[in-house]
Design a protein around this ligand. Structure first.
Ligand SMILES: Cc1cc2nc3c(=O)[nH]c(=O)nc-3n(C[C@H](O)[C@H](O)[C@H](O)COP(=O)(O)OP(=O)(O)OC[C@H]3O[C@@H](n4cnc5c(N)ncnc54)[C@H](O)[C@@H]3O)c2cc1C
Length: 425
């Protein structure tokens, strides 16, 4: 039993059972974790994925960030393919996406640009052109992600937190998890941290940077009247989305919070959730009261997690900076355009997924080793999926070749990624 000792609690020395020994453990089932787990399993690894919530997608589903920005380079060429393109295709088969066909990419036609801007698919300073960006249904992302994990044979463990890595001589020997069964451990051969917040690399003592950010709750309004009238009659900020009479209200609409939080501090996150929910309520009431098309609209869904653009970023083997825009890397394993810029790309080196110390560990998604500027591009869902796919593939190849993840043959990794449909420089 735990005991009180003054202002502290002394926990008893405890032993927890090792309940699984997969080849690869993926921590966090957001877009990056989905891609990492799927790629590792398809490349022959036995994969487990732990996720603190009960569904896949992270911000891309539960956070209602239901826009893939962007899959092109802003000059009419596709920059992200692979698992990201696959999930678009899967959702498309169920009629759950809206995006410009290839013939329209890079088109400066003002009517087309206006159409896709209203869907939230064109951003940044003009002059604008049509981008290859995709709006989608959040639950369809989850359905497609479930299918992908099942088909690949990944074992998901939901409602489970990964809390503590057990590190010996630079190797993560086990990860302690917590769920309704209490504390248990998983002993994988390779760990991929796709927790978004870098929970595992932080707990393992790897260096990182932490950014304080504005928190947001995106939400959906349904039963909106004439959308054309809504766009004409409102100064508010909302996007068309899939489904009749529905709009997506990003960033709390007109209401803006001054708050900047540390997304790894549960007290700050809790306070922000309450404030952001209040803002959702007020913004919905404001729209109902001020725009006739919104008179009968109601809130049909609020993001169940705060929109957090950034928290911890690994300071790994290579930290990308803004000077790396359009730069070539011999070890690039993914590339991404920039959602507010045209005609430029970041090639992402394998070293940005690798920590300085740990030898059986990779990270992917929004917490990879880049600076604040580059994070603006690499945090987007398509590049998160691209780095996830690279991390999962690399983990499986390291096991296949009997080497550490730092010694993976990058040329073979690049060839394998291309075979899988990934787009590299
Ligand atoms: C306000 C806002 C607007 C954005 N707009 C866009 C946009 O329009 N288009 C775009 O493409 N991108 C956009 N982004 C960026 C994008 O949504 C995210 O950066 C991306 O979805 C992150 O994916 P991820 O998998 O790295 O992390 P997440 O989606 O955060 O996934 C992390 C997963 O790990 C789980 N997890 C965390 N810790 C643990 C733990 N210890 N144990 C177990 N599970 C854990 C979480 O529950 C979650 O499922 C936006 C982001 C924000 C916040």
């Amino acid at each position: 039993m735990a005991e009180l000792s003054g202002r502290q609690v002394v926990l008893p020395e405890s032993r927890v059972p090792i309940v699984a020994e997969p080849d690869v453990l993926v921590v966090g089932g957001g877009s990056a974790g989905l891609a990492a787990a799927t790629a590792a399993a398809r490349n022959g690894a036995e994969v487990m994925l732990v996720e603190r919530f009960g569904y896949l997608g992270g911000l891309a589903s539960g956070g209602l960030i239901i826009l893939l920005l962007t899959m092109d380079d802003g000059a009419g060429r596709q920059a992200v393919g692979g698992v990201c393109q696959e999930i678009v295709d899967r959702m498309e088969r169920r009629g759950a996406v809206h995006y410009p066909p290839e013939g329209q990419w890079n088109d400066p036609d003002s009517q087309l640009v206006e159409h896709y801007s209203r869907w939230g698919l064109v951003w940044g300073r003009g002059p604008h052109r049509v981008r290859y960006s995709v709006a989608f249904e959040p639950h369809e992302f989850i359905f497609a992600a479930d299918e992908m994990l099942q088909e690949a044979g990944v074992r998901p463990l939901y409602h489970t937190w990964a809390c503590e890595p057990v590190v010996e001589d630079g190797v993560i020997q086990a990860v302690v998890i917590q769920n309704k069964s209490g504390r248990q451990a998983i002993a994988p051969r390779v760990v991929i941290d796709t927790s978004g917040d870098g929970d595992l690399f932080a707990a393992a003592g790897e260096p990182f940077e932490l950014e304080r950010v504005h928190p947001w709750l995106w939400f959906l309004l349904s039963n909106v009247g004439d959308l054309e009238e809504a766009f004409q009659g409102s100064k508010g900020f909302f996007f068309r989305t899939l489904g009749e009479g529905r709009v997506l209200v990003p960033w709390g609409g007109d209401a803006r919070t001054k708050l900047r939080i540390d997304a790894t501090d549960p007290v700050e996150v809790s306070e922000a959730l309450v404030e952001c929910r209040q803002m959702v309520k007020e913004e919905a009431a404001r729209l109902r009261g001020s725009v006739p098309a919104f008179r009968d609209a109601y809130i049909s869904l609020i993001a169940d997690q705060l929109g957090i653009t950034e928290s911890r970023r690994l300071q790994g083997e290579y930290v990308m900076s803004r000077d790396d825009l359009d730069r070539s890397f011999a070890d690039s394993i993914a590339r991404t355009g920039h959602w507010t810029k045209y005609g430029c790309v970041y090639n992402i080196p394998y070293r940005s997924l690798l920590p300085k110390g740990l030898t059986n560990f990779l990270t992917a998604g929004r917490c990879i080793s880049v600076d604040h500027r580059v994070n603006h591009a690499t945090k987007e869902i398509p590049p998160c999926m691209a780095t996830g796919e690279a991390a999962g593939t690399a983990a499986a190849m390291a096991l296949e070749d009997g080497v550490g993840v730092k010694d993976v043959d990058v040329r073979r990794l690049q060839a394998r990624l291309r075979q899988q449909g990934a787009i590299l420089e």
